[in-house]
Ligand binder design. Structure first.
Ligand code: HEM
Ligand code: HEM
Length: 230
């Protein structure tokens, strides 16, 4: 049986530097907020830049980096996992089918986390890429005031505190929107953390049961392969 081993270049510097920068930025963002808001926001922006780079690379990057190379059908993913459990692992030069699905899930969840973070930053502090101009803010305020004034007019207790009603409704709208985006941001951040847990589990399983040196490959860019690799 021919079983020659050779070293192949799988991950280029942008993927490797990008991955380890992402790891640091993600945990920095996860562990900071409130007092360290500027650190949180900048760590989040680094995650955002990584995502833009990785998504572009997914279409125009090298062979193993392209989405078309590691997005497999559910049947292939299940087949791969069955073989892994039966201790008959199939070897892949790039991401294996299960690893590829996890990469897509991570990229989607990270996009949700960074996107909702930017939206929340705009709603809370009117800062960041989704912040609105002073003119837009005035217009929004005016439209909310008109609606709430109309509601106040229709209300039964006209004589009570007519003037305070528009302001109160306005405040309520802002609070509701802030709570919505905060909940959604927290949800995506925790979903990403859960996916990272399974990502690490996958790396550990492949590294030890399957004898794949995946972490080394993510550091050096090279994999030692033989003719069992596809
Ligand atoms: C110390 C912790 C981590 C280790 C040891 C690690 C290890 C790895 C390894 C070995 C790969 C390549 C897997 C393969 O060959 O199929 C990989 C890919 C990946 N990891 Fe991690 N990882 C870590 C943390 C994270 C975190 C925290 C995130 C996201 C928040 C993450 C997101 C990704 C993504 C998106 C890829 C795909 C890389 C690409 O194709 O560009 N990893 N990781
Ligand atoms: C992608 C990585 C990110 C992670 C893992 C992350 C994680 C978190 C977590 C866990 C919270 C606490 C949620 C809660 O308990 O209510 C939070 C809050 C927040 N994040 Fe992020 N975030 C990220 C990116 C961003 C970005 C890019 C921005 C804005 C540009 C942002 C803006 C905020 C804001 C404004 C809060 C609310 C802080 C407060 O009022 O207490 N985040 N984030």
């Amino acid at each position: 049986m021919i079983n020659k081993s050779k070293s192949v270049k799988v991950w280029g510097p942008s993927i490797r530097i990008g991955h380890w920068t992402l790891v640091i930025a993600f945990f920095t963002a996860y562990l900071t907020e409130d007092d360290l808001m500027s650190v949180h926001v900048w760590a989040g922006y680094i995650v955002g830049c990584y995502l833009v780079m990785r998504i572009i690379w997914g279409f125009v990057g090298g062979k193993y980096v392209r989405f078309s190379h590691f997005v497999y059908s559910p049947t292939r993913i299940v087949g791969y996992l069955k073989n892994l459990i039966a201790r008959r692992p199939q070897h892949y030069i790039g991401h294996n089918p299960a690893g590829g699905a996890m990469v897509i899930a991570l990229l989607l969840s990270l996009t949700g986390t960074a996107g909702t973070g930017m939206k929340l930053y705009a709603v809370e502090d009117n800062k960041g890429p989704f912040a609105i101009s002073a003119q837009q803010a005035q217009m929004q305020l005016a439209s909310v005031s008109v609606i709430s004034a109309a509601k106040a007019e229709n209300a039964e207790d006209d004589d009570a505190d007519e003037e305070s009603k528009p302001a109160r409704t306005n405040h309520l709208v802002d609070k509701q929107s802030e709570e919505f985006w905060e909940e959604l941001h927290e949800f995506f951040a925790n979903l990403t953390l859960l996916l990272v847990f399974f990502h690490l589990l996958g790396v550990v399983v492949s590294s030890y049961i399957d004898k794949e040196k995946l972490v080394k490959a993510m550091l050096t860019g090279k994999k030692d392969i033989d003719d069992t690799y596809q």
